[in-house]
Write a new protein. Structure first.
Length: 120
């Protein structure tokens, strides 16, 4: 593939069916140099090292109880918001109920100051 490095192609070969999202990160020159050196020594790509580090971080976070509790709270909030939106949409789709005191509900209109219903 033109414009791609062999390490990028190697990384894609390790994840052939996975949908990938491209992300940009900023690293200090020192961290970048160290990461590049580790990638060279391990015959892999910097991107693959970053993916491995992220996978490890996520595994560690999943193992912590407080993250699970936060996730449950987030799910409950999503459910509440979805319920409110669903109810709002359903209310919009239902025919409007007319108030009991409206002219069309009583069958006649009331005008102030007109006893016979005509203006005079």
């Amino acid at each position: 593939m033109a414009g791609r490095t062999s390490t990028e192609e190697d990384a894609d070969a390790k994840h052939p069916q996975a949908a990938m999202k491209t992300m940009a990160i900023r690293l200090t020159d020192e961290v970048s140099a160290q990461l590049t050196l580790v990638a060279q020594l391990e015959a892999t790509s910097v991107a693959e090292l970053i993916r491995q580090a992220i996978d490890q971080l996520l595994a560690d976070k999943r193992g912590q109880g407080d993250l699970a509790a936060k996730a449950e709270a987030a799910l409950a909030e999503i459910d509440q918001e979805a319920k409110a939106r669903r109810e709002a949409i359903q209310a919009m789709l239902q025919p409007a109920a007319e108030p009991t005191g409206s002219p069309s509900a009583t069958g006649r209109s009331r005008r102030r100051g007109s006893g016979s219903g005509t203006q005079g």
